[in-house]
Design a protein around this ligand. Structure first.
Ligand code: FAD
Length: 697
């Protein structure tokens, strides 16, 4: 009977940074424990599955990238299903469940998943399970964990339905399904977890799929009443714990004490060519007493074929902090081996499905190179990593706490003490000193060190051979979970690198001249967005860029100035720039913006200061949103009557939504329409690429 059972389902993932893949792998692993077989593929591997003929249930895990795009891996798939010639019953045979991943700080939350979901529905596919939309802003696991929990029952029902359709007796199927190992609702969907007790040291969870139910009994009485990263209180400290299955190890490393060269940094990227370029100038744009420190760097790209348009972003390949790498080597007991070459291989016979050599680890490079350039050592450890760390921890109390932090019962402790505190591996290793992970574990669990994106703040027409960009040095203050303050990986590194060339407080747009420097950084182009000047120069536009959000608009204005100089006969549309900062005298990044006003490049410059007090009778606007409301008529005219463009750049957290709310308000006011109607107009403007955002956190 068993062999008649349909217990296979197709599991597709579309990942950008590895999260969707990791979740799919988790589903794959749990499926085994439920007696099911997940046929897992990256959605891009379209030769390995066929939705047109797929009869089994399909589970899709898909993330979102950019401003609401599906991940690169899903592009071909999305293009295929968006073919408008497909009939509405094209996927009528398909039953699917979809888990979308996103970040609600972005305007188009989970749009990758929503796009696929919507289209599959349009093509007649049926949900066998409600769509889950997980939010990285509050913690993916808040939706992912219960979604996976519920998946097994939904799949069981989907199999039953499928059999019924095929004319088989549902009773027979039902009973066979119940007989299958670990399948069934009664197990409350947690067959892959283990209930552990501390005192029972024999309870080792090396066998991934075994289930051990043991009474809970705490060895150490609780002393403090306040929980912390290392300390728990009831009920967590007294609970039986459901912890994730131990992920199978799949990497093997060998050290070689030989000489050789590390790979070139350009081999670390898959997106085109990297260029190593000198930093020719560094200017601090903010005063020493400003809350944030903004720097402008100028790069010399004259000797490269790197090209850009104003509005483009590009990526900087950055290393981890050198002291953190040394510290990590020390804790791992590998200080002596930093210069050894590491040969990374996939463990023979590993149980990990689709185990492959991690693409971001070179075939051959030194240990220091891997820790410096390849692994995001600051990444917030995922629960699966914590689970693996439990096995490398000798102290009983520390072990228990790590188990709690990756358990279902300790979910809110994980969110509070790890995720929201931005705890990284080093923080954990300090907090749990008996935890001594092996290098292979780090390679298996730490994600790729991502290059950081920056918006170009110059025009290649205005300053040929140069590229400027502006950034805030990201600072993370010390907190209970992390006794030392830190700077952002990339911005901290850049700040240190350019310190010798820094012109303090110059606050200048004139980057001509440049100081000579031997410091070089590696950059590469970031695939295009639509954030460019209107192709027709007579079209008016509004630019809104508080703080470092002004950066691309400097490029726009330089470009425009040059075009005006070179084409006196062209017609140029009206231009608006709305800038905001805290204090006029501390963080007004480009005071020389007035020059653009004086030479006619800029028609309107509106600046607001959120923390300066004013003696004026009518309080001046504080935020860029207030400025937009103040000039409602003019801005609505530009957008509605003159078919103008609206650009927003900067902080995605508060500003971008505040600005779009303000635009909805002014559209509704000026059109005398209700809010819903105004929202539709804004959506249409977005669709027509006339309302464009370049926002980051
Ligand atoms: P990271 O080390 O990556 O830390 C940054 C983020 O990590 C924080 O925002 C926070 O979410 C989290 N984090 C890590 N550790 C902690 C901690 N201990 N406490 C709290 N939070 C923590 N930035 C600019 O300044 N100028 C630009 O022009 C610009 N353009 C961009 C264009 C695009 C298309 C994109 C996607 C981003 C852009 N950014 C820009 C953002 C930039 O890419 C980087 O994210 C930013 O500079 C921080 O990088 P970092 O490595 O210094 O910080």
């Amino acid at each position: 009977m068993c062999c008649d059972l349909k217990r296979r389902f197709l599991l597709l993932y579309a990942t950008q940074k590895g999260q969707a893949k990791a979740i799919a792998e988790e589903i794959w692993q749990q499926a085994g424990a439920h007696g099911l077989e997940a046929d897992m593929h990256c959605i891009s591997e379209m030769d390995k599955y066929n939705l047109e003929t797929e009869k089994d249930p399909v589970v899709i895990v898909i993330s979102t990238t950019g401003t609401g795009d599906p991940p690169d891996a899903a592009r071909k798939f999305v293009k295929k299903i968006q073919d408008t010639t497909l009939p509405p019953d094209h996927f009528a045979h398909l039953q699917y469940g979809l888990l979308g991943l996103g970040d609600s700080e972005y305007t188009f939350f989970c749009n990758g998943g929503k796009t696929v979901d919507r289209r599959l529905q349009e093509l007649g596919a049926q949900h066998f399970y409600d769509t889950g939309l997980a939010d990285d802003c509050v913690g993916l696991e808040l939706v992912v964990d219960p979604w996976i929990d519920g998946l097994w029952l939904a799949l069981k029902e989907a199999f039953l339905l499928q059999k019924e359709k095929e004319g088989m007796s549902s009773d027979a199927v039902s009973s066979s399904l119940s007989a299958a190992p670990h399948v069934g609702h009664e197990l409350n969907l947690s067959s892959e977890v283990q209930n552990l007790k501390l005192e029972d040291e024999r309870v080792r969870s090396s066998d991934v799929l075994t289930q051990k139910l043991v009474d809970i009994h705490l060895v150490a009485p609780t002393r403090d009443t306040e929980p912390s990263l290392v300390h728990s209180v009831p009920p967590v400290s007294q609970s039986a714990l459901s912890i994730p299955a131990l992920p199978p190890e799949y990497i093997e490393v060998q050290f070689q004490d030989t000489h050789g060269k590390n790979p070139h940094l350009s081999s670390l990227i898959s997106e085109g060519t990297a260029f190593e370029v000198p930093v020719t100038k560094a200017v601090q744009l903010t005063r020493e007493d400003a809350i944030k420190t903004a720097l402008l760097l100028e790069l010399d790209i004259a000797d490269t074929v790197f090209d850009y348009q104003p509005g483009d972003a590009f990526c900087v390949i950055c290393p981890n902090n050198v002291n953190e790498v040394e510290e990590l080597l020390h804790i791992l007991g590998l200080s002596e081996k930093g210069e050894y070459f590491v040969c990374v291989k996939v463990k023979e016979g590993t149980k990990k499905k689709g185990a492959a050599h991690p693409q971001h680890i070179p075939e051959r490079s030194t240990l220091k190179f891997i820790l410096t350039w390849c692994l995001e050592i600051r990444a917030i450890p995922k629960k699966a990593f914590l689970r693996a760390l439990v096995e490398c921890t000798s102290d009983v109390g520390e072990k228990r706490r790590l188990q709690e932090l990756c358990s279902r019962q300790g979910a809110s402790d994980y969110t509070r003490f790890i995720r929201d505190s931005n705890v990284c591996l080093l923080d954990l290793l300090h907090a749990f000193p008996s935890c001594k992970p092996s290098l292979n574990l780090l390679i298996e669990h730490l994600p790729k060190l991502q290059a950081r994106s920056y918006s170009v703040s110059s025009s290649n027409l205005y300053q040929p051979g140069k590229l400027c960009f502006v950034f805030n040095i990201v600072e993370f203050p010390a907190c209970p979970a992390r006794p030392v303050s830190r700077k952002g990986v990339c911005t901290g590194w850049l700040a240190e690198l350019v310190a010798p060339l820094l012109h303090p407080n110059k606050n200048t747009l004139d980057t001509k001249g440049g100081s000579s420097s031997t410091e070089k950084i590696s950059i590469f182009a970031r695939p295009n967005n639509n954030f460019h000047l209107p192709a027709d120069p007579s079209v008016p536009f509004v630019m809104v860029g508080p703080g470092t959000g002004i950066s691309p608009f400097i490029g726009f204005l330089q470009h425009r100035q040059k075009l005006r100089e070179e084409h006196a006969d062209w017609e140029f549309g009206e231009t608006w720039l709305v800038f905001g900062c805290r204090h006029q005298d501390r963080d007004y990044l480009f005071k020389q913006l007035r020059c653009f006003l004086e030479n006619g490049t800029l028609t309107h410059l509106k600046v607001c200061f959120s923390r300066d007090s004013s003696a004026a009778e009518v309080a001046p606007p504080k935020y860029v949103q207030d400025v937009i409301r103040l000039y409602a008529k003019e801005i609505a005219r530009v957008l509605l009557k003159e078919r103008g463009y609206f650009y927003v750049c900067g902080d995605k957290k508060h500003m971008a939504d505040g600005v779009s709310d303000a635009v909805v308000d002014i559209l509704s006011m000026e059109m005398e329409a209700d809010k819903l109607e105004a929202m539709k107009i804004l959506a249409m403007l977005r669709e027509a690429k006339r309302y464009l955002q370049d926002v980051w956190s």
